[in-house]
Design a protein around this ligand. Structure first.
Ligand code: MLT
Length: 283
């Protein structure tokens, strides 16, 4: 599936390498604008809109999954598609194959992190290093799946506006909500403009995702784990523990930020990313 991409520089300017940025839910590649603008010289950034999101569009969402035990359980109804993390990872692997000469640094935030884990598991040859931001290795528990069921019902019945209003207080730190109205507006717009069918399909896919906890010790590429100081969805202690379980990982907490740490404190996020990229062995 060809993905719509934003890029910071043409391929011939990627002398030191390429970073592929994978957005969270329910956002799009536009959330990585502050990172595409600030990548150090020699690095090229690619930020795709995943299947169903942003400009890649809803027609790219696959049809219903015709398996006996449907992936995504009760969240997607039998006539509704499911966007599995494996499907999203396969699209990103194909993008890397097409756009990058060799493996890429893969940076995923939240759902983008779930996709990054799946990419590492299924296509490790495409991954040079990992940045796991505001994400977690665990699968959903029962309560998490119930919450997704409720969110899918709300998106089906009432569309995306009420969903945006409900999500923003959990996604963004109080300081962001009070002091960064342009970030609040950007996040609201990304949620509102995502079509409900994609939201339901991705909720079902996330609920069915693989638990990567037992595989953290097998991540052999350099890894940067990032979490916003006030991330209410993936708290910094959990992210620090995840970094401890990965052999070559560094943990950085982003001050004043919530769950969307790259937008809430871009200077700190970009600083951590630049330092990490600087430490990578040349290809
Ligand atoms: C995200 O930001 O991608 C979501 O919080 C992920 C999730 O719902 O688990």
């Amino acid at each position: 599936m060809p993905l719509s991409i934003r890029q910071s520089a043409p391929a011939h300017e990627a002398g030191r390498g390429t970073v592929v940025f994978i957005h969270g839910f329910p956002f799009n590649g536009g959330m990585w604008a502050p990172q595409l603008r600030a990548l150090p010289d020699g690095w090229r950034g690619l930020a795709p809109d995943l299947r169903g999101f942003g400009r890649t569009g809803v027609r790219s969402v696959p049809g219903p999954v015709p398996t006996g035990r449907r992936v995504g359980g009760r969240i997607a109804r039998p006539n509704e598609p499911v966007l599995t993390m494996a499907c999203l990872a396969a699209d990103v692997a194909a993008l890397i194959e097409q756009e990058v000469d060799g493996p890429a640094v893969v940076c995923g935030l939240s759902m983008g992190g779930y996709v990054a884990f799946e990419l590492w598991r299924r296509h490790p040859d495409r991954v040079r290093a990992l940045v796991l931001a505001d994400t977690r290795a665990e699968a959903d528990d029962d309560e998490g799946r119930e919450n997704r069921l409720r969110a899918a019902h709300a998106a089906r019945e009432s569309g995306t506006r009420p969903l945006a209003a409900a999500m923003i207080p959990t996604l963004l730190a109080e300081t962001t909500r009070k002091g960064m109205p342009e970030v609040v507006e950007q996040v609201r717009t990304m949620i509102v403009e995502t079509v409900p069918g994609t939201i339901i399909a991705a909720l079902a896919g996330m609920a069915a995702r693989h638990d990567s906890t037992g595989e953290l010790g097998g991540i052999t590429v350099p890894t940067l784990v990032i979490a916003g100081e006030h991330d209410a969805l993936t708290n910094p202690d959990g992210a620090r523990a995840m970094a401890d379980a990965i052999p070559d990982a560094t943990f950085v907490e982003i001050p004043t930020a919530g769950h969307i740490s790259n937008l809430e404190n871009p200077a700190a996020f970009n600083g951590a990313l630049a330092e990490f990229l600087d430490r990578l062995e040349p290809e």
